[in-house]
Design a protein around this ligand. Sequence first.
Ligand SMILES: Nc1ncnc2c1ncn2[C@@H]1O[C@H](COP(=O)(O)OP(=O)(O)OP(=O)(O)O)[C@@H](O)[C@H]1O
Ligand SMILES: [Mg+2]
Length: 466
Amino acid sequence: MSRRVLVVDDEKGIREALKQVLEYEEIEVQACASGSEALRIYPEFRPHLVFLDVKMQGIDGLETLRRLRELDPHTQVVMISGHGAIQTTDEATQLGAYDFLEKPLDTDRILLTLRNALQHVDLASENVRLKAEVHAQYEIVGSSKAIKQVIERVEKVAPTGARVLVTGENGTGKELVARAIHALSPRARGPFVEVNCAAIPTELIESELFGHMKGSFTGAFADRAGKFELADGGTLFLDEVGDMSLSAQAKVLRALEEGVISRVGSGKTLAVDVRVVAATNKDLRAEIAAGRFRDDLLYRLNVVPIEVPPLRARRADVPQLVEHFAAQLTRRGGLPPKPIAKEAVQRLAARDWPGNIRELRNAVERLLILASGPAVTADDVDRIAGLGTGEGEGEGGRGTSAADLAGAPWMRAATFEEFKQVAERTYILAKLKENDWNVSETARTLDMPRSNLYKKIERYGLAREA
Ligand SMILES: Nc1ncnc2c1ncn2[C@@H]1O[C@H](COP(=O)(O)OP(=O)(O)OP(=O)(O)O)[C@@H](O)[C@H]1O
Ligand SMILES: [Mg+2]
C-alpha cells in the first residue's frame, strides 16, 4: 500500500525538507513550486495527501486548494502558512483543508501532522477495503498454549466494553490484540483511534488527546477535536501509555472517571462514549513506585489485563508464523515465493528474538530476498536471519510504518536543520543495518556515491557503530 504525497511550496528548502521526511517513511513524493504545476500533476499522480503553501506567486494556495477540490472533492490537504497568517485559516478550513502547519516549520508539529494525516488517509482507505481483508489483517496467528490463552481472553473481553490493559515486550503483538478487541466488539463499525503517547511531546499531548480551541496556545490556529472526540462511539488505543506525562495522566483519569472531556482553552465539557484499550511495554507498578505513573489511573485502565507473551515463550508458534509471513510477503508484498526448509524453520524457532514477532517477520523477509538457492536453508538462517537485529529495543528490526516512527530520535531535534540531519542519520543507519554494514551495498540502495556515504558515516559518527 504505497502512499503518495504532493508537496507544493515555492521555497526550495521546505520542499526538500518535507521530501526527506516523507521518503524516509517510504512515501512516494512529488514536489513542485507553484499552484499551476500542482494542478497539472495532481490528476496523474493522484496523491493521498497534499502539503500546500498558502502564499505563492501566481495562483495562491487558497485558489489552488479550491481548484484541487474541484478536481477531486476527496483530496486531503494540509496547508503550510506563513507565521501569523491566521486569517486565511478560516477560509481554508471552509474550503476543506484538513490541517495547518505554520512556518517556520516546527519539528514536532510536522511529525504530528504527518502522522495524523496519514492515519486519516489510512482510515479512509480502510473503510473501502473489503471487510474480510480487514479481519484477516488482524488475525492472531499461533496455536501454542500461551497465545491461545491470549486469544481466548480477547474473545471473552471484546464484546463487554471493559477497559483492557495489554502488556508485553516490543513487537509481541500488543497492537494486534488491541485491534482484534475492537474488531470483535459491538463498536467494530465505529472508529479505532490510536495515540502513541511516547511519540507526542509532553506539551502537545493534552491538545492531541482532548483537542483545543483556536488561540489557546501558539500554533493553535483553529478549533480542533482531540483523539477522545474522534474515537466517540469507537475504541481509543492509548499505546505506550507508560510514557504519558503526569499532567496528561490526571486529565485522562478525569475523562475515564466522568466520561467527559474539555478541549484545551475551553471551559465547556463534552460527553464522549469511548472504550479505552491501553498498552505498554513498561512495568507500570515499577513506574508507580518511581513516581512516574498514577496508581489510580492504573486501576482504571487495568480492568482486564492481557499479557502477550514474548516469542521465546511460545516457540511452538514459529513455524505457523513463518508460514503466515512468507505467504503474506509473497502474496501482497510482491516477493517471489520460495520454500523454507524444515531445518531452517527449526533454526528460526531456536533463536531468542528480542524484537519478537516483528523481528521474526523482518527475518523472514530478509531470508526470502537474500537466500540464493531455490529454497531457504538452515545455512541461510545462520547467515542471514540475524542481520540488522540490534540488541536492546531491536532498533534494526523495526519497520518504517507511521507507528514505528514513534520512538525516532529526531523527535528530540531542536531546529529544523538539526531535525533533517537526525532524520538522515537515522535513515542511513537503518540502511546500513539492513545491508549488514556493507557500505557498497548500502550506497547502491541509497543511490549515493560510495565516497559520499563514507563522508556521511564519518560526519554522523556511524563508523563506531559499524
Ligand atoms: N500472533 C501474531 N500473528 C500474526 N502476526 C503477528 C502476531 N503478533 C504480532 N504480529 C505482527 O507482528 C508485528 C508487530 O506486532 P505489533 O505492532 O502488534 O506489536 P507491539 O507489541 O505493538 O509492538 P511495539 O511494542 O513495538 O509497539 C505486526 O506486523 C503484527 O501484525
Ligand atoms: Mg505497538
